[in-house]
Write a protein that binds this ligand. Sequence first.
Ligand SMILES: Nc1ncnc2c1ncn2[C@@H]1O[C@H](COP(=O)(O)OP(=O)(O)OP(=O)(O)O)[C@@H](O)[C@H]1O
Ligand SMILES: [Mg+2]
Length: 373
Amino acid sequence: MKKPSNPFIISGYLGPSYFCDRKEETKSIRSAVENGRNLTLLSLRRMGKTGLIKHSFQQLKSKKINLIYVDLLHTTDLSTMVKEFAKATVNQLSLGVMKISLQKITTLFSGLYPTFTIDPLSGSPSVEFDIHKVKQGAKTLEEIFTLLEKHTAHVIVAFDEFQIITSYPEKNVEAILRSHIQHLNNVSFIYSGSQKHIISSMFGDAKRPFYQSTQFLSLEPIHTKEYHAFISSHFKNAGIEIAKGDVDFLLDWTHHHTFYVQYFCNRLFDLKVTDPNTTVFHVIDKIFQENEAVFTSYRTLLTSQQSHLLTSVAKEGWVHQPTSKDFLSKYRLTSSAIQRTLPALIQKEFLTREERGYRVYDVFLGRWLAEKF
Ligand SMILES: Nc1ncnc2c1ncn2[C@@H]1O[C@H](COP(=O)(O)OP(=O)(O)OP(=O)(O)O)[C@@H](O)[C@H]1O
Ligand SMILES: [Mg+2]
């Protein structure tokens, strides 16, 4: 794998050297899929679900298991979902351990019209489907599952951003998928999502098709000790000095939220390469400057009451009980105003509710509000 110039990556997965910890979680995923249990991976946005799936796949690669990763993020209906699923499946089956010929695959799907392309650099074949030609979504879905079932090899399918299927115009997608999935013995599924209430209700409501069909894995922030060691060692390997106090500070400032930690370290690394005297405060200035316009526009999306509550939570960092006397009097809020505005801020994902209390979902926005207002 190509070595990145900055070891703190902020998109994608580049291998175990650039991936911090998650040993227990990787073990749980491995144990689940190897023992025929399906798994639901849940976390806040940008905590590292996709990275963990990719990392687990990397660890399972040697085991001759077919790994199919389906990103549902940009799907809008059954037909676009089937297109993504078919693309991931066909590419894996033709290139992975099954090595089915591409010609054979075309004859297996009656509803799909694939176009084969060859990557000019790697020479690897790849398949695309024209969306307009993906008719009869339910039928093609059945064909994909039949194809998977016919194979004796173990297959793992990861559906990333799975909650999206509940927003499709077709109302029966959950039931259709479940009816296929429950008959497969050689295929394990990983479902991942960040909208906790939707995922919890999909898998925890007795009236829903996926009720109690999976093991839950909740992805929490990476532990301080592990993240500290990871950050320090990457700076050290590059010959850049970083004080222990700075690492403690940045982990706390980013609430240990993976993407924000990675982004902070990426900027700090970048700045320190040219100026070793750069401090964490220079990074904060940069982050605030760059995001000022976006953060200001966010505020225009909110009513003045919502904006006031959001800023009040931002100043506190964490608010365990928003209707407590102390919080209300400190920020001149009323309990009825909280009851009106809090649900909207959660629904719009400006605030998140964790065990420790409420906090601003976007860490940088929260820090900016706390400092500027
Ligand atoms: N264990 C890790 N060590 C280092 N970087 C990580 C780790 N996990 C994730 N990242 C990085 O953090 C960022 C966010 O991770 P990722 O995209 O996996 O989160 P996600 O939960 O899937 O987010 P979303 O909800 O937006 O899909 C990415 O840049 C990823 O490379
Ligand atoms: Mg993701």
